[in-house]
Design a protein around this ligand. Sequence first.
Ligand SMILES: Nc1nc2c(c(=O)[nH]1)N[C@H]1C(S)=C(S)[C@@H](COP(=O)(O)O)O[C@H]1N2
Ligand SMILES: [Mo]
Length: 258
Amino acid sequence: MKTTRGKLHGIDRESVLLEARKTLAQPSRRLFAQRALTLGGLAMLTGCSLSDDKSVETFLSAVSRLNDRAQGWLFDPTKLAPTYTEAQLTRPFPFNAYYGIDEVPDVDASTYRLKLSGLVTGKRVWTLPELYALPRAEQITRHICVEGWSAIGRWGGTPFGDFLRRAGADTSAKYVGFKCADDYYESIDMPTALHPQTLLSLEYDGERLPAKYGFPMKLRIPTKLGYKNPKHIVEIFVTNTYPGGYWVDQGYNWFGGA
Ligand SMILES: Nc1nc2c(c(=O)[nH]1)N[C@H]1C(S)=C(S)[C@@H](COP(=O)(O)O)O[C@H]1N2
Ligand SMILES: [Mo]
């Protein structure tokens, strides 16, 4: 097959196609390979099914075209992720972490403090009542895990961009990083942090966020893959130094989404 569109993220299209075919032919546990995962996750974020060669080809040529237009769909920081109705909620919503559900951290609400650090001029320590008093928004979006599942959930909380501005964060900085109660860590680019759908989530399905989904707080980013959505956040920092992430430092793609 002739490659007509040159490179896709520095990889030529033909080898990406080959990789996708190999992936589809493999048992699902092999989906842990980084490139395959990125591809599958990307497909889910863009609503493409990769069920056969034809759909893989359609998807990849779409990605390739987008790549040609540098400002394409996937990399537009203002593009909204799809939202869903209550009838479409996935019940029960899956739990996932790098450990089992019996090891979920038990964060004490009364002693909990959210720390803000780095390029922030405002309030640096937040209690839960202060966080619960912030303006509230709610959304029903699809969470997409690179391990090959997705689920629709309803999260409530405060728009993260508003929170950052309220806290005096330098929104011209490059990154926002997160430290979690379970030693997980992540970081995102500032345009994603300021995206209108990025939510500092304190609730799941109308209730206080339960421990398994990240009590007391998670960042819900519907334009990003699951692993970019840190749970049990204890510290948020604003920085120009690339902070990496738990999975990213093990070879996953840092961008992890749209
Ligand atoms: N603190 C923390 N956040 C985390 C993880 C984790 O292990 N620890 N796992 C990530 C991954 S890979 C997924 S798919 C989602 C799962 O969130 P859920 O339990 O609400 O489904 O959390 C993400 N955030
Ligand atoms: Mo995940």
